[in-house]
Design a protein around this ligand. Structure first.
Ligand code: PRX
Length: 658
């Protein structure tokens, strides 16, 4: 990784403090600061005892021999234990008497004028049957323990069914977000060496059909790895079915028994691979194993969201992201909760959709992203006020720092000043929530993720690992292993070590800057590496640059983040052209399309500037800091002494802006 900047200055000043409402505390799992402090101390001082106790609340086919074996950078949790997360999410819940309880409550997007949307209530019993039928069908297609199965699906219950079926068989899933392009499928299928893809004909999104199967077809022209494609019929639009390769989901499950023994998985067996952006052009396959991930998502779901049997829990993330893995599927289901899935866009048919869903299904706990909250704020509170949101008791935020203004709006307009807000900081790599308020305990400050969760030992340090004084900015690290932590990068353990364990020796480096205030509260200040956070989604600048450079006209490209009112961060691209090419609106459009085609619409640059040179150091390194200042609309104020050609700056400042 390139050297992260330290000496981060923090300017944010926020003094408001919101105590949890007493009615909430009275019924919460964790009710007092004393209880939190005591449990936190135990979790840090005696982690094996603490986590061993928590793990015994789940079902194991064989108990572990040791809770933790830690040899940097490898933390093996529940060594020797055997379990299955699909068993814990289904069978264990049915055994506990939740067979008829709704496991997944799903709402489809289409909503013609005056007609209610399609809604499905899938009980734990029904879900187990669906999972077992698919697992048996997949096994017949040759899927076995240890394989990787690619899932590229819309937000329908079958996406969760597919994940749970893989877990049941001991095959790892690799879920690709349905908004990614066909090239993203090629890269991930190749890297994961996956020979089967589960997809759908299409999905509904903002009133349009997303052509998922077409994207898969296009991808499979470029890789011969995939031998089987399972296709769920969702939209019914015409698609091509390639004989000998493509099979309908319904044919796969037809005649399959509704029971299927769960494989006895080793705690350390691979549960899934999930690709995420890093500071190089190639997305990395973050791997999570069975036991630790299960225990981490189980406990955080219960305590952070204060899950009780009567709760209806809605995490709005897509299953294609870690938030969807941990808090749509595994965390809520391993707690026997009702988890809500919604297929479509928040503003379809208009900005009242989310609020009508909350009203219709009496949702109690709502977990979403700051970018969505800002979009709702802009749309106006009249969309909210026409709905009865009195079922809500807790709100959550994730994905990027939430600006205090959005926090207050969320608290007042959505939560009616009645619901605590949990601003949860975590990452694809951490698997589960790391820094967060506990809703019945922690007084919250708008914009702060507050305090560490049990067993988590974060710190703000300088590059030598020295802890920074209160309110000084620095690098956010984690000093001790925790159960749901990543276990590596798929087939690239060297990169895993380099990426996370070398910037600050001895500690896990998150890539984020942060400060800790006088009360010990953490304030996350965003990424300090070449990773952008656009609308809560992680994008590597190098990936976008490589998409731009793939266009014939482009000689060189540099991508930086810029402030963006809605998305938090926007994408600004500086592009130099090969000789013979001239800047034009048409070319700009082609470049935007190239990015959308290679990565997906979420990576589309907000600004493309053509320039005849990029600012570089004498050693040839692009000076991104200068570009960031320019893209943010400012002039260059920082140090330019290492810049090789001073004239570049003058020329850049007048570069064509788009
Ligand atoms: O920069 C932090 C930001 O999102 C990054 C992780 O992105 P990803 O792996 O895609 O996972 C997102 C969902 C867990 C972090 O390094 N981030 C996430 N949550 C917060 C946050 N920044 C500030 N506050 C948060 N609550």
């Amino acid at each position: 990784m390139s050297h992260p900047q330290v000496g981060i200055e923090s300017t944010q000043q926020e003094d408001r403090l919101f105590a949890p409402p007493p009615e909430f505390c009275a019924k919460a799992w964790i009710q007092s600061r004393e209880q939190y402090d005591r449990m936190y101390r135990e979790s840090i001082d005696r982690p094996e005892e603490f986590w061993g106790k928590i793990a015994s609340e789940l079902k194991w086919f064989k108990t572990w021999d040791r809770v933790l074996e830690w040899k940097l950078p490898d933390a093996k949790w529940f060594v020797g234990g055997k379990t299955n997360i699909s068993y814990n999410c289904l069978d264990a819940q049915i055994d506990a008497g939740r067979g008829d309880k709704t496991a997944i409550l799903w709402e489809g997007e289409p909503m013609a004028q005056g007609t209610p949307p399609e809604v499905r209530h899938i009980s734990y019993k029904q879900l187990r049957e669906d999972v077992c039928r698919l697992a048996n069908g997949l096994r017949k297609l040759g899927v076995k323990r240890g394989d990787r199965v690619t899932i590229y699906m819309p937000m329908v219950p079958e996406a969760a069914v597919a994940m749970l079926a893989c877990a049941r068989l001991g095959a790892a899933h690799s879920v690709i977000f349905g908004g990614f392009s066909s090239q993203a499928i090629v890269d991930r299928v190749e890297d994961a060496e996956s020979s089967i893809v589960i997809t759908a004909d299409g999905g509904f999104r903002r009133g349009q059909v997303v052509a998922l199967k077409n994207n898969v077809d296009e991808a499979l022209i470029k890789t011969s790895r995939v031998k089987t494609v399972v296709v769920l019929k969702r939209t019914g639009q015409p698609i091509n079915m390639t004989a000998g390769r493509d099979v309908w989901w319904n044919d796969v499950i037809a005649g399959q028994p509704a029971t299927c023994d769960a494989e006895q998985m080793d705690a350390e067996d691979l549960l899934f691979v999930l690709y995420t952006s890093g500071s190089t052009g190639k997305p990395k396959g973050i791997i999570h194993t069975t036991g630790g991930y299960m225990v981490g998502t189980y406990l955080t779901s219960r305590y952070v969201f204060d899950l009780h049997d009567s709760d209806v829990f809605w995490c709005t993330a897509d299953v294609g992201w870690i938030t969807g893995h941990s808090y749509v599927v595994y965390g809520p289901l391993s707690n026997g909760a009702t988890t809500v899935m919604y297929e479509g866009a928040p503003n379809y048919p208009d900005f009242s959709r989310f609020w009508s869903i909350i009203e219709r299904h009496k949702i109690t706990t709502f977990y979403t992203a700051p970018t969505a909250i800002r979009a709702f704020m802009r749309a106006g509170r009249e969309f909210v006020d026409e709905h009865d949101l009195s079922s809500l008791r807790l709100l959550g935020s994730v994905g990027e720092p939430i600006n205090p203004e959005a926090w207050i709006w969320y608290q007042q307009v959505i939560g009616h000043s009645r619901c605590p807000i949990v601003d949860t900081w975590w990452q694809t790599e951490t698997g589960s929530i790391m820094i967060t308020p506990l809703p019945g305990v922690t007084p919250t400050k708008p914009g702060s993720a507050t305090l560490p969760f049990f067993g988590i030992d974060p710190a703000v340090v300088d590059r030598d690992g020295v802890e920074q004084p209160a309110n000084a900015g620095g690098l956010l690290v984690v000093r001790k292993p925790w159960p749901a932590m990543l276990r590596g990068i798929f087939r690239d353990q060297d990169r895993y070590f380099r990426q996370y364990w070398t910037d600050v020796r001895g500690f896990y480096f998150t890539g984020d800057g942060a400060r800790r205030d006088q009360d010990g509260y953490f304030w996350i200040m965003g990424r300090v590496d070449d990773v952008l956070n656009v609308a809560g989604h992680r994008l590597g600048t190098a990936e976008i640059e490589s998409a731009l450079v793939s266009h014939d006209a482009v000689a060189e490209a540099a991508v930086v983040g810029m402030p963006h009112e809605m998305k938090g961060q926007g994408v600004a691209a500086f592009v130099t052209l090969r000789s013979g090419f001239r800047p034009s609106e048409a070319l700009k459009k082609e470049l935007l399309e190239a990015v959308v085609k290679q990565i997906g619409a979420i990576a589309r640059p907000d600004q493309i500037r053509f320039t005849d040179a990029l600012p570089k150091t004498r050693s040839g390194k692009i000076m991104r800091r200068l570009l960031k200042e320019l893209a943010s609309g400012g002039e260059i104020r920082g140090d330019t002494t290492t810049l090789e050609d001073m004239n570049v700056i003058a020329r850049l400042s007048t570069a064509d802006e788009g």
